[in-house]
Design a protein around this ligand. Structure first.
Ligand SMILES: O=C(O)C1=C[C@@H](OP(=O)(O)O)[C@@H](O)[C@H](O)C1
Ligand SMILES: C=C(OP(=O)(O)O)C(=O)O
Length: 436
């Protein structure tokens, strides 16, 4: 499948982007090991979360889906999952694979985790190594999937200093900590998204933070809760960007999660001169939520503060497009993690931006992008949803039609992306069938 995007007059509109991917994964997994029912409304029906849902069903967990985007998970308790009859296929989802590693490391049964071509190339040593230190037995192909997790090992709590700021690694270790003897602590080199800590606490687990260290104690009963999943700020970033780089646009993005450990994109875009206003700031269960008003803005170059990277980690493809539309040369550094996402996001973006005539210089952990007119041509998404969506938005400002190849993966995080962009005036059509 591909997109064809033509120069667009992005105007006004009001959107509700789909539910938060990180929170949807967690609602399923944590609901599964709680006692009683967890109801998650606003659940993201994207392929990544559906892979988690299917894996949990294979582990014996009953989950009902309704047409109104809610799921009801009947928790089986910490020790109620059963051995799966098949390998657990987690598709494209790094979050699912890493969190399941932690969840399954302390079970009495064995399991095997696998995924698609992209996921099969992603580093898993970062979770396997600390879990093995806790006493888990996990076999991998040189630190890559498939992962065979051998059951029946008693885990022991550790105090682990994470080499990279990763919410996936932190969450995997905390989940394993629920099954360990003694306390388990994770020291973060920088704060990463804290949805796990918030949701586990709401379910009754004993989780506490002391400066940069997050700890969990085993032994507290977890109970099912009602969760209202906010709109995903990572998805909202794309219509936000479309409005910012347009000439006369005002777009309202309703009910978007603005958890400070996720909201780096707002900080960075505001530094670039973006007019982003938060209205009706409120809480949606344990998560802060707001309506975002976005107005077309004259963006200017910045030198990124690398401390903001973990707070905006998935938003960099979009931020590179913002830099391409800004006046001056923006310098991004501290982005080494982008090279091990669904694609090498620095190279994938650099290749496509070059096709569109943008001057840039790629570096091992960053990129310098000089703003200028966006040209036309065919760009590759490298089967990466965020790359596909970033170029779809960039193309709305191009001088002619842009073709973006291989976009089926957008469904992993943003079902309905094309309709939503069309509704604010982006001239985008989807063509071809999967693989074409
Ligand atoms: O915990 C999560 O839900 C996620 C954490 C981030 O990954 P890392 O923890 O590897 O940075 C992010 O890129 C991913 O999309 C979702
Ligand atoms: C990196 C991402 O997800 P995951 O790591 O779960 O595949 C993403 O959604 O941008």
């Amino acid at each position: 499948m591909h997109y064809l995007v033509s120069p667009s007059a992005v105007g006004n509109g009001s959107l509700r982007v789909p539910g938060d991917k990180s929170i949807s994964h967690r609602a399923l997994m944590f609901g599964a090991i709680a006692e009683g029912q967890t109801r998650a409304s606003g659940f993201l029906n994207g392929a990544d979360c559906l892979a988690t849902l299917a894996a949990l069903r294979s582990l014996g967990v009953n989950i009902e889906e309704s047409a109104d985007h809610s799921v009801v998970i009947t928790g089986v308790g910490l020790h109620g999952m059963r051995a799966p009859a098949i390998d657990l296929d987690l598709g494209n989802s790094g979050t699912a694979m890493r969190l399941f590693c932690g969840l399954l490391a302390g079970q009495s049964f064995s399991s095997t985790l696998c995924g698609d071509e992209s996921l099969s190339g992603r580093p898993m040593g970062r979770v396997v190594e600390p879990l093995m230190r806790m006493g888990a037995e996990i076999h991998s192909a040189d630190g890559r999937p498939p992962l065979k997790i051998v059951g029946g090992n008693q885990l022991t709590g550790i105090d682990y200093a994470m080499p990279v700021a990763s919410a996936q690694v932190k969450s995997a270790i905390l989940l394993a900590g629920l099954y360990a003897h003694g306390a388990t602590s994770v020291l973060e080199p920088a704060v990463s998204r804290d949805h796990t800590e918030r949701m586990l606490t709401a379910m009754g687990a004993t989780v506490y933070r002391d400066a940069e260290r997050v700890s969990i104690l085993p032994g507290s009963a977890m109970r099912g809760i009602d969760i209202v999943v906010p709109g995903d700020l990572s998805s909202a970033t794309f219509p936000m960007l479309a409005a910012l780089i347009a000439d006369n646009s005002c777009v309202m993005l309703e009910n978007v999660g603005v958890n400070p450990t996720r909201a780096g994109v707002i900080t960075i875009l505001r530094q670039m001169g973006a007019d982003i206003r938060l209205h009706n700031e409120r809480r949606c269960g344990d998560e802060p939520v707001a309506d975002l008003e976005i107005r077309s803005s004259k963006l200017r170059a910045i030198t990124l503060d690398p401390a903001l990277v973990p707070l905006a980690i998935d938003e960099f493809p979009a931020l590179f497009v913002a830099a391409a539309c800004a006046e001056g040369t923006t310098e991004f550094s501290g982005l080494a993690e982008l090279r091990v996402k669904e694609s090498d996001r620095i190279s994938a973006m650099a290749d496509g931006l070059r096709v569109l005539g943008i001057r840039l210089e790629e570096q091992p952990d960053g990129i310098r992008i000089s703003g200028g007119p966006i040209g036309s041509g065919t760009v590759q998404s490298h089967s990466d949803h965020r790359i596909a969506m970033a170029f779809a938005v960039a193309a709305s400002r191009a001088n002619d039609t842009v073709r973006i190849e291989d976009v089926a993966n957008v469904n992993t995080s943003f079902p309905g992306f094309v309709d939503q962009l069309q509704s604010i005036g982006v001239d985008i059509i989807q063509g071809g069938v999967a693989g074409s």
